[in-house]
Design a protein around this ligand. Structure first.
Ligand SMILES: Nc1ncnc2c1ncn2[C@@H]1O[C@H](COP(=O)(O)OP(=O)(O)OP(=O)(O)O)[C@@H](O)[C@H]1O
Ligand SMILES: [Mg+2]
Length: 239
């Protein structure tokens, strides 16, 4: 089978962690015995205190890290045994909001958002209205020509979110996507993720803001002492 085109079967979860451990370098395991799956089209929050490993876990999904033990399957492919080309192909199908944004400083706001479309082989000119609508929604309509360095922290975060969703990826992973914005705007940004979810995108949002997560009826995965507690153990209703 061509690894570049190994699509998940209809019933297969989009993300599967089986007995996963992760350590950074020669340090201790910061994640261990992690087992969970994200069904296609589901929306989960991932919570846990600072340093509990939320970003590290997201890094395993986005192929920034490989597990030191166990298996991670993303979009139908086991990440550790995948070729470099297969990993790149998976990564292109994930919309990622990094905690530190990772914007392209040499590109203006519109071109930052257009980049995932270019990578997907689409002509950003034909999607210009979508791009402008999206930038309007995240409140950057007056900053189209600005470069990221001219934006505030909250504006940079909103740009990172627009870039992550513009190509309508099947999987959206967001790391503290509302950490730099006021509460009303945080809700508005989460509604954008809700809209993606309604269109069929599988969504995982890491946040330490349990109050914000509790405003949505989505299951919460909780990281505690290196393990992921399933939604029921965290006292959350199943979807
Ligand atoms: N590249 C790295 N090298 C070594 N240790 C790391 C690395 N990245 C993270 N860690 C360590 O792994 C642990 C988990 O960090 P991580 O950033 O995943 O937590 P987090 O839950 O995302 O925290 P926060 O809420 O502050 O973003 C911490 O002890 C951190 O110091
Ligand atoms: Mg983090």
């Amino acid at each position: 089978m061509d690894p570049l085109h190994s699509a998940p079967k209809a019933a297969e979860p989009v993300v599967v962690f089986e007995d996963v451990a992760l350590r950074h370098g020669g340090g201790p395991d910061i994640l261990h015995d992690v087992r969970f799956s994200l069904a296609a089209g589901s929306f989960h929050f991932l919570t846990g205190p600072s340093g509990s490993g939320k970003s590290s876990l997201l890094g395993l999904i986005c192929l920034g890290h490989l597990p030191s033990h166990g298996q991670v399957r993303v979009l139908g492919t086991e990440t550790s045994s995948a070729s470099r080309a297969a990993r790149a192909a998976i990564r292109r199908r994930i919309g990622i909001v990094f905690q530190d944004f990772r914007l392209f400083e040499h590109l203006d706001v519109v071109d930052n958002v257009a980049l995932p479309l270019r990578i997907a082989g689409k002509d950003p000119k034909t999607h210009r209205k979508d791009i402008l609508d999206l930038l309007g929604w995240v409140g950057l309509g007056a900053h189209l020509d600005a470069h990221p360095s001219a934006l505030s922290g909250g504006q940079r975060q909103r740009l990172a979110i627009a870039r992550a969703v513009v190509a309508r990826p099947p999987l959206l992973v967001a790391d503290e996507p509302t950490g730099n914005v006021e509460a009303p705007l945080a809700l508005r940004l989460l509604y954008l993720f809700e809209a993606m979810h309604r269109m069929g995108t599988t969504v995982l949002v890491a946040t330490h803001d349990t109050r914000l997560a509790s405003r949505f009826a989505h299951p919460v995965l909780r990281l505690e002492a290196g393990r992921v507690l399933p939604p029921d153990a965290a006292g959350q209703a199943r979807p």
